[in-house]
Design a protein around this ligand. Sequence first.
Ligand SMILES: [Zn+2]
Length: 118
Amino acid sequence: MKPTLPRTAATRLHDSTQPLPPHKLIPCPCCHEPLQHTALHCAHCGAEKHYGPRLHELLLYALSGLALCLALIFILTPHAFSTASFWLYPLLGSGLTAGFLLAQFRFSGERWIQHRKK
Ligand SMILES: [Zn+2]
């Protein structure tokens, strides 16, 4: 007895006989060579697709948030450092977190990053 395929599988097989649509090509943003739409790195110039912030950007933003928070505290309450109040630390932590979150929002999309050639 011939095995029968379920209807969905048969449909899929039927569809596969159709010519597949040509792969979408996009120009590489760095060297403008044609590139697969889904490619994660460019074979021509070595550029890589990145999602979200990179580590040094995260650190930079978090530290600038911390520095900004420090400056604000220093401007608003110059005596805070001499007294070393207990609320100083959660406040600095919130500055760090704000910088971290800012980096997440700032670099939320996908980017192409070309590594510097040495
Ligand atoms: Zn490229």
